[in-house]
Ligand binder design. Structure first.
Ligand code: SF4
Length: 162
């Protein structure tokens, strides 16, 4: 079983933002942040990225723990409706900004950094008000990997039943 690196994987997040400030083109590395959980889920790992590797989840867990008010997350934020809205909204916004970038490398990198920054700021705000990793409840990537796993489980069951 693979070891968790959640205690220190936040370093990748800090590195990502630092490099992007130095040169916005490094923002393209954000694709790894989005692609890795999906890749691992498609390979049958389920939500392994969330449990063991995610730099963002690591950052919220490590840094916000000390400053968080640790209030309970409102129930409506845990509903499927909110998760679906977040997934569609973020993917929609991202797709639009990619189209508007028109294949330009720097503009694409900027669009990625902007999305990463906005989601990180929202995650920090949620983590301070509610539990440190509250963002993970609505995170589109985490939700998408869960959907992939559910789909795989259903396909497996259907195959066994056939
Ligand atoms: S839910 Fe999102 S932010 Fe949280 S650990 Fe998973 S991918 Fe990372």
């Amino acid at each position: 079983m693979k070891k968790s690196i959640m205690k220190w994987s936040w370093i990748f997040m800090v590195l990502f933002f630092t490099l992007s400030i130095v040169d916005i083109r490094f923002g393209i590395l954000g694709l790894l942040c989005m692609g890795t959980p999906i890749y691992l889920a498609v390979r049958g790992g389920g939500r392994v990225h969330c449990a063991k590797y995610c730099p963002r989840g690591s950052m919220f867990g490590v840094f916000l723990d000390k400053v968080s008010f640790k209030n309970n997350l409102p129930k409506f934020l845990k509903t499927k409706t909110v998760k679906n809205i977040m997934l569609v909204w973020m993917m929609g916004m991202f797709s639009i900004s990619l189209v508007m970038a028109g294949g330009d490398f720097t503009k694409t990198a900027f669009a990625i950094v902007r999305m990463m920054t906005v989601s990180t700021l929202v995650g920090i705000l949620m983590g301070v008000i509610f539990q440190p990793r509250s963002w993970c409840t609505v995170c589109p990537m985490g939700y998408a990997t869960g959907l992939i796993k559910d789909g795989q489980d259903k396909a497996k069951k259907a195959k066994q039943a056939a």
